[in-house]
Design a protein. Sequence first.
Length: 310
Amino acid sequence: MTDRPTPADGAAAGPFDRRAVARHRDRAARRAEPTDFLHREVAARLAARLDDIDRRFPLALDIGSGTGAVARAVGNRKGIARIVQCDLSESMARRAGGPAVVADEEALPFAGGRFDLVLSGLALHWTNDLPGALAQIRAALKPDGLFLAALLGGDTLRELREALLEAEIAETGGAGPRTSPAVDLRDAGALLQRAGFALPVADRDRITVTYRDAFALMRDLRHMGESNALSLRQRHFTRRAVLMRAAALYAARFAGEDGRIPATFEVIFLTGWAPHDAQPRPLAPGSARHSLADALGGREVDPEAGPDTP
């Protein structure tokens, strides 16, 4: 492992406090029984997408490796001979059980054109400069290398955010920042293109988990290292009255017939390839050899000629 990086010396300059992100992940790593069910589920879905690709990827990089869910899920699939894991948290990297690097996703220390495959499961949504991180990932890939990632979208935990916002306004007369900026599915493909990826694809899944109450959900988020890390977050503990009211609102509005509450996680999946001459390319405008009318069995009409007259 390398020495621990200093996450963005201007940690408060962006929407996220990167030091807080590292502390949260350190704390989650120290648990004897990590609460990583969401990471395992997302890792399984990343592995399923990888299974659909008829290629071999001898050297892979796992960014934001956490407890190693992605590395375990992909295993020896697709001829992966070696997986290098990296994480912002030194404690997480020490749990990797294989080659590991302590590295900031916003300042990757890898040489250009090094990896056949780069994976990332639920880490990149905490970056202040996602376009910059994507560009660095693109540079680390060999030509025709694959990038496959999952990150949380803006609809994540909408139920909890709604309950907390209303409860805080009711109890204190105001509300602190709780909503993290997140990539929108409509913009995700454009971000991949901007970073230099070919054949970009973005899609999403919604994963719903049920809990006994809001306190059980918040405890799991803390144990997963997914606590609020906004730079402008309140630096004191949330009042007990706020939490109690939020839990009551959550249950009243969202609980099912069994009394359990749902928690929605929107997961956006990104797929892109490092450019290579052998990849398919779109045809130049005007180069088609057959018209749409031919394909549909109809007659081509000149739009400037006006409608047919008898």
